[in-house]
Design a protein. Structure first.
Length: 129
């Protein structure tokens, strides 16, 4: 029996300081009030956490999401935009970090992307990773 724990057997899981965000995908739903946030990380040895913050064109908070110690390097979740009316452009900041009960949070990587909520559809942002 051949059991594979990773998609690419040539790519080894990385220690926490080498884990990176490879890409962020956004899918704006037809109601323009919800969006699917998807992320692809490099393979990891220890489970990282991710904090996602969205601000609107006025710099006000428009949404947030926390994923604590993800089990998989690829996942997607639906987010709701808090604004009563759309205030473009929006900015999404994804922070990849590790935390322990007895130590401070250690930020490994931060990626920020800007996007518009004008019509439904997908937007993809790739990074070196």
């Amino acid at each position: 029996m051949d059991i594979k724990f990773f998609d690419d057997p040539l790519e080894q899981p990385r220690p926490r300081e080498d884990v990176r965000i490879r890409q962020i995908g956004l899918f704006i739903y037809p109601d323009l009030r919800r969006m699917m946030f998807g992320v692809e990380l490099t393979p990891f040895v220890e489970r990282p956490s991710i904090e996602v913050l969205i601000t609107n064109g006025d710099g006000q908070p428009a949404g947030s999401l926390h994923v604590i110690e993800t089990l998989t390097p690829n996942f997607s979740l639906t987010m709701h935009l808090r604004d009563r009316a759309t205030v473009n452009p929006y900015e999404l900041t994804a922070v990849l970090y590790y935390s322990w009960p007895d130590r401070e949070r250690v930020e490994v990587e931060r990626q920020t992307v800007s996007f518009e909520v004008t019509q439904p559809g997908e937007q993809l942002f790739k990074f070196a990773g």
